[in-house]
Design a protein around this ligand. Structure first.
Ligand SMILES: Cc1cc2nc3c(=O)[nH]c(=O)nc-3n(C[C@H](O)[C@H](O)[C@H](O)COP(=O)(O)OP(=O)(O)OC[C@H]3O[C@@H](n4cnc5c(N)ncnc54)[C@H](O)[C@@H]3O)c2cc1C
Length: 567
């Protein structure tokens, strides 16, 4: 279940993709942990990693959509299935290195979604030459409020413009081959996306706003000349490509979190299992076992859910937009679960987690960033809440989505279309998945869902509550949990993994449901009637010591000393 670089063969991938993954693992393992940590502490820009990517045409192979391939290479395509592996590997070794990949993906979005064929062709060549890319959306003072973007493009006539303004928090904007930049036409107020070149004299690289190996830039365009040749999109298309690009990028955050948490899991287990206190190994303490079992099951659930969400992302079409629910969950639920896994593991590894020579010390900070990128948890939850009514009360008919491990090019991602109409999107009936399983903890969870559904019918949030995001967040957490469990069961049905794993996952799912129900109960705005319903949702998982002990032996303790990064 968990990625282990020492044993992973990547046999699920085609030969070229396998080669890329294996070489990437070898790159990190041959440099070793001491160098990884030293470079991190010294905040050294990772030019050697970028050289490795260039020499092996890694980004060119993984990030050139098939229709834009210029050299006829049959292995180049945009294939989310294999890109998930790459995300996981980079998260596993170092999130700063993952970040250069992540923001390149974001930078490429507006280009390949845009209308400028010449820039697309040039970009394919730049990828082949080893270029990285950047996505200039955020501004210092505006946060999530994209409507207020101040970057301005002033028309001069004859297809000429001049760009002025600043961008903030922009990854790779120090060395990107092209920086996709979002702004507004200063005369028409229309949105616009154009590309800028960091080497241009009117491009001012102000600073790295973070103290990190990665470069998160503040840059300014000062009277920067632009022509039609640099414009990617205008008006509604520019707006849509901003949001649709974020849809693509969001997906990587969950997989980055899976990678980070997996590496931490090995470090914490190796440490605890070899540490003897009062004549006992730390892993013999019952609370340590509970923490490890919870960490493992949460991590397994993160991965299982994200794998199933990949199937929906790859199968998305104009008729099937269900990915717009599952994507934000991969974005915000999976990384926040990653934080929870690290919290559990940190209580086990304790002081060792602070030491300069362990991966853990990097990870504890990096894991915090993921929920905040590509829209905060709140912003994504506000998005998800729009789907509740159709999800519970108006299911649609869809063909069954199989496991999508085929080497297809995910071309729909670059023509997702208008970003409106979210409230009209339908989903398949969640009961189909839940009713396919008859196991004790899953059954308790089903009862909790049923009570939640009754709550929505009998004590639905009123108009004031619907305007109160604080109240809605509590409702949204429960809704998210239902969809999370649904896709986990779908994956169980596809792969037929161990029943005990599913039951142990639903052990924490039942507890989480109860926790969110209590939060709902406790909100200032919750009415007496709603409080009654919330209390009914609070349940306890079945206590099955035998299953727990077997699980500990088979899934957790069995991983002791199975992975340690090369020194
Ligand atoms: C390390 C790092 C790298 C980054 N890289 C890039 C990059 O390459 N390109 C790029 O364009 N951006 C990048 N960003 C910016 C990132 O996407 C923003 O940080 C993020 O969108 C949130 O904006 P903010 O932090 O300014 O929070 P704000 O938007 O200021 O939010 C403040 C608070 O208000 C809440 N809030 C805001 N709006 C809403 C809403 N509608 N509903 C509910 N709650 C809301 C938020 O949840 C938060 O709690 C990066 C950020 C970091 C930290």
């Amino acid at each position: 279940m968990l990625f282990n670089p020492k044993t992973e063969t990547f046999s699920h991938l085609d030969p070229r993709s396998r080669e890329i993954m294996k070489k990437t693992v070898a790159y990190f393992e041959s440099r070793g942990k001491a160098k990884l940590k030293e470079d991190s502490h010294e905040r050294r820009w990772y030019s050697d990693f970028l050289n490795f990517l260039k020499e092996n045409e890694v980004f060119a192979t993984l990030l050139t959509p098939k229709q834009h391939v210029i050299d006829g290479d049959p292995d180049k395509r945009w294939d989310t299935f294999r890109n998930c592996d790459f995300n996981e590997i980079l998260g596993f070794y170092n999130l700063s290195h993952w970040y250069t990949w992540q923001v390149s993906i974001l930078g490429l979005g507006p280009i390949f979604m845009g209308n400028n064929d010449a820039v697309k062709k040039k970009t394919a060549q730049l990828l082949k030459d080893g270029g990285i890319f950047a996505f200039g959306l955020s501004e210092r003072t505006h946060g999530a409020d994209l409507y207020s973007s101040d970057m301005s493009l002033t028309p001069l006539g004859d297809g000429k413009y001049v760009a002025d303004g600043g961008k903030y928090y922009i990854g790779n904007a120090n060395e990107a081959a092209l920086v996709s930049t979002f702004g507004k036409n200063s005369e028409t107020e229309e949105y616009v996306f154009f590309v800028a070149d960091p080497k241009h004299e009117n491009y001012d690289l102000v600073q790295n706003v973070v103290n990190w190996e990665g470069y998160v830039a503040e840059y300014a365009l000062n009277g920067y000349p632009i022509t039609d040749a640099e414009i990617l999109t205008m008006g509604r298309d520019a707006w849509d490509s901003a949001l649709n690009t974020v849809n693509v990028g969001k997906f990587n955050l969950g997989w980055g979190a899976v990678g980070i948490a997996t590496h931490c899991f090995y470090e914490a287990l190796n440490h605890a299992a070899n540490r003897n206190l009062y004549g006992k190994f730390v892993t013999d303490f019952p609370h340590i076992k509970q923490m490890f079992v919870d960490a493992y099951t949460r991590l397994a659930a993160m991965k299982i859910f994200s794998q199933r969400a990949t199937d929906y992302l790859r199968s998305a079409s104009e008729q099937d937009r269900r990915y717009l629910l599952y994507n934000p969950i991969v974005k915000m639920k999976v990384p926040t679960q990653g934080e929870e896994v690290i919290n559990l593991l940190w209580d086990v590894i304790a002081a060792r987690g602070f030491e300069k020579d362990v991966y853990f010390e990097l990870a504890v900070k990096d894991i915090r960033s993921l929920p905040k990128l590509e829209g905060t948890v709140h912003v994504n939850m506000a998005l998800i809440i729009k789907f509740i009514a159709n999800y519970f009360f108006n299911p649609g008919q869809f063909p069954e989505i199989p496991k999508r491990d085929d080497p297809a090019d995910d071309e729909f991602l670059f023509r997702q279309g208008a970003t409106k109409g979210l409230g009209k999107i339908q989903f398949h009936d969640y009961n189909v998945a839940y009713n396919s399983v008859d196991m004790p903890n899953v059954n308790i969870f089903k009862e909790q869902i049923s009570i939640f559904r009754d709550f929505l019918i009998n004590a639905a949030p009123g108009p004031d509550q619907a305007k109160n995001i604080d109240f809605l967040l509590a409702v949204g957490e429960i809704f998210t949990l239902v969809a999370y469990g649904q896709l986990i069961i779908e994956k169980y049905n596809l792969e037929k993994f161990d029943d005990n794993l599913l039951e142990q996952i639903f052990d924490f799912m039942v507890r989480d449901f109860s926790r969110y129900a209590l939060q709902l109960y406790s909100k200032a705005d919750t009415t007496e009637k709603q409080m009654e319903w919330a209390l009914k949702m609070i349940r306890k998982p079945v206590d099955d010591r035998e299953r727990f002990n077997n699980f500990w032996d088979k899934y957790v303790f069995a991983l002791k000393d199975t992975y340690e990064m090369n020194p």
